[in-house]
Design a protein around this ligand. Structure first.
Ligand SMILES: [Zn+2]
Length: 410
């Protein structure tokens, strides 16, 4: 006879998520809990007290990352679950915190079922994932992975001029470098999708294979300013009309490249931006994301070719690459494990990519890592309407539990 599966308590998980949302809950049932704020201190204290109740030990490193560990029967690097507890201003109740609360629920389930794991279980909270108060985002996982330099990050300031270092000390979470996460059997990050794909396809789970690589360019068009009333149309060097031709051309070519390519021209500045003056300069951004480096290469060729677009009208076009980042592929065998857990729970799922950045993409550089997505209602995130149903939160946590249990027995 097949053994009854151990499952998490969905009601307890939803209660916990609501308790966490009380730290910074907004009028419209969202959350404002900026990194290292008073709300962040309170939610950290509460999280630590929940973990201590379960007999877990707490460690805090020099970036304020919190690690709660449930001892294992053997001295093996832990299985780590978690995400971040900070939010953007007027963010939601699920982004980040779901991964932490679900980790807590998994440990609660183990403890209440008297399961002492062979491999230690750790829950992590990464400091300042959002970068909403101190840029850049994913700051502390970035320091752990060597992507960012600690001394530079400590000096970052918020709008009021408070440094990250001072804010970290002020809330009492400046720990020791020796506590940093160095090795682990696996890192599993459960997160809301923050997009509309799972919902559109009536799926419950996304097994995330990678975080998309991207390129970001700035395109500058230079023309000439003249009087808007006295200059005949065929004598103008209108930078805005030229930019318009470039944008149309780029849109057409990029759209034909690959159906999964996403691209955005999110920032446009027109100079001098006066209605009686022909624009002499337009600067706009063009960023594109795709998992396949070859597709990104083709994107770059298209961008480089923009200067030869028809309709330049005597203007000059300069293309400048601002930055790029490669696709981060998650660990194959961890993805397979998460997929098996999903299948064994009978949940509809697909393999997918993440268009957004997550702590997992940095941790993946030195620990076998993968992510699980659960659906975002209407795809909304980073806003107060952000919603993931309690049922989907519960399912996501059960995948974590199932995966942790499977890893214990192999
Ligand atoms: Zn997040």
């Amino acid at each position: 006879m097949k053994k009854q599966k151990v499952l998490i308590d969905g009601n307890r998980l939803s209660r916990t998520l609501e308790e966490f949302a009380d730290f910074g809950r907004t009028e419209n049932n969202g959350v404002t809990r900026l990194a290292l704020s008073e709300e962040d201190r309170k939610v950290r204290d509460y999280f630590c007290s929940c973990c201590k109740e379960l007999g877990m030990t707490i460690q805090v490193d020099d970036m304020g990352n919190i690690y709660a560990t449930l001892a294992g029967r053997e001295k093996i690097p832990p299985i780590v679950m978690g995400s971040h507890m900070d939010t953007v201003k007027k963010g939601g109740r699920f982004d980040g915190i779901l991964g932490v609360a679900a980790g807590l629920e998994v440990v609660r389930t183990l403890v209440e079922n008297n399961i002492q794991p062979k491999i230690p279980i750790m829950i992590v909270n990464f400091t300042n994932e959002e970068g909403a108060r101190f840029e850049p985002s994913m700051m502390s996982s970035g320091v752990l992975s060597g992507k960012f330099e600690k001394s530079l990050m400590l000096q970052k300031t918020d709008n009021e001029g408070t440094s990250f270092e001072n804010a970290l000390h002020a809330i009492g979470y400046a720990g020791d470098e020796s506590a940093r996460l160095k090795e682990a059997t696996a890192f599993l990050e459960l997160h809301i999708e923050q997009g509309p794909i799972l919902e559109r396809e009536s799926l419950t789970v996304g097994v995330v294979e990678c975080v998309l690589g991207m390129v970001c360019y700035e395109i500058e068009v230079t023309g000439e300013s003249d009087h808007a009333g006295t200059t005949p149309m065929d004598m103008r060097k209108d930078a805005f009309f030229t930019a318009n031709s470039l944008i149309l051309d780029a849109r057409q070519k990029l759209a034909g490249l690959h159906d999964e390519l996403v691209f955005t021209m999110g920032r446009v500045n027109v100079f001098p931006n006066i209605h009686t003056v022909i624009p002499n300069k337009v600067v706009f951004s063009l960023e594109a994301r795709h998992k396949d480096a070859n597709v990104i290469k083709q994107v770059e060729e298209i961008i480089a070719g923009l200067a030869t677009t028809k309709g330049i009208d005597g203007c000059t076009v300069q293309v400048k690459k601002l930055w790029d980042r490669n696709t981060v592929w998650f660990d194959e065998s961890i993805c397979d494990l998460l997929e098996q857990s999903t299948l064994s729970l009978g949940l509809p799922y697909k393999r997918m990519v993440s268009g957004a950045g997550h702590d997992a993409q940095f941790i993946a550089s030195y620990i076998p890592t993968a992510m699980i997505f659960v659906p975002s209602v209407n795809g909304k995130s980073h806003c107060e309407e952000e919603l993931t149903t309690w049922e989907d939160c519960e399912k996501g946590a059960n995948i974590l539990l199932e995966t942790v249990l499977t890893m214990q027995s192999t």
